[in-house]
Ligand binder design. Structure first.
Ligand SMILES: CC(C)(COP(=O)(O)OP(=O)(O)OC[C@H]1O[C@@H](n2cnc3c(N)ncnc32)[C@H](O)[C@@H]1O)[C@@H](O)C(=O)NCCC(=O)NCCS
Ligand SMILES: Nc1ncnc2c1ncn2[C@@H]1O[C@H](COP(=O)(O)OP(=O)(O)OP(=O)(O)O)[C@@H](O)[C@H]1O
Length: 212
């Protein structure tokens, strides 16, 4: 697809009209999304946007998401200096689906607004947006969407070895994420990241050859 106005399923997006190719990357916790973003940036010149980082920026004291989250979850999610206690918030939202949905509803529209503003303002024509939560809203914003598939066993092992996550922590996050089938249903292509990064790099190259 050469910056055409239609994506894989014929979706016509404002981004395409503006000459932007917006790639969506999704996948569960620890599937390797960040590593793939680094390849897209370094090897293919993509501008990278991470929804988790945008969400974090919007949760600085006084910002709109911060006020919404503190108003909803209460002062128990604040540290002494009034910044957000991320560990306390993780403890709540990854163990109480109702609370997670409440936080999602209040913050995601703000995250998407900021992410799209950044995408449209980027000097690069190629932009990649990464988010662990696939949705129609996310998909409709993208020219194409890829799902990063890595088995639960490999993700648990990598996160334990490299990030110090306990098995319980990884499982709690996984429980609060959509199923593999849902990730696949939202995506145009799948990257299997169970092998080496070189194998993943080759899959990226093959997928991009169809586009550029
Ligand atoms: C709860 C928070 C403070 C925990 O922070 P912490 O630094 O410990 O973890 P981190 O942000 O790296 O997230 C860990 C994993 O959980 C995933 N995750 C984060 N929030 C969510 C969520 N609401 N639903 C499903 N998965 C999520 C992340 O993608 C990542 O894979 C943080 O995850 C957060 O603010 N989440 C809400 C923001 C959000 O919804 N982000 C997604 C934007 S689309
Ligand atoms: N192909 C691979 N081989 C070995 N290790 C890998 C591979 N891909 C990713 N990893 C490692 O697995 C861990 C998780 O990868 P990464 O941080 O990219 O996942 P993520 O999907 O961005 O995670 P999160 O959902 O938390 O944002 C990292 O320590 C990373 O170095």
């Amino acid at each position: 697809m050469q910056n055409s106005e239609k994506n894989a399923e014929g979706r016509v997006t404002d981004q395409c009209k503006a000459g932007k190719f917006i790639l969506g990357i999704t996948g569960g916790v620890g599937s390797g999304k960040s590593r793939i973003l680094a390849i897209l940036k370094e090897d293919y010149g993509f501008h990278v946007i991470q929804a988790d980082q945008v969400a974090k920026d919007l949760m600085q004291p006084g910002m709109e998401s911060y006020l919404a989250v503190v108003g909803y979850l209460g002062p128990s999610v604040l540290l002494e200096d009034k910044s957000l206690d991320r560990a306390a918030m993780a403890e709540i939202i990854f163990h109480d689906p109702e609370k997670r949905r409440g936080v999602d509803e209040r913050t995601h529209p703000l995250v998407w607004k900021a992410a799209m503003e950044e995408a449209m303002a980027a000097k690069e024509d190629r932009v990649v947006i990464e988010a662990a939560i696939p949705s129609k809203e996310f998909r409709d914003k993208c020219s194409e969407m890829w799902y990063v598939y890595t088995s639960r066993e490999n993700r648990i092992k990598r996160l334990e070895e490299n990030r110090g996550y306990t098995v319980e922590k990884t499982l709690a996050i996984m429980e609060n994420q959509v199923s593999e089938e849902t990730f696949r249903a939202f995506s145009d292509a799948v990257i299997d990241n169970n092998g080496t990064l070189e194998e993943t790099r080759a899959q990226i190259q093959a997928l991009l050859e169809h586009i550029f």
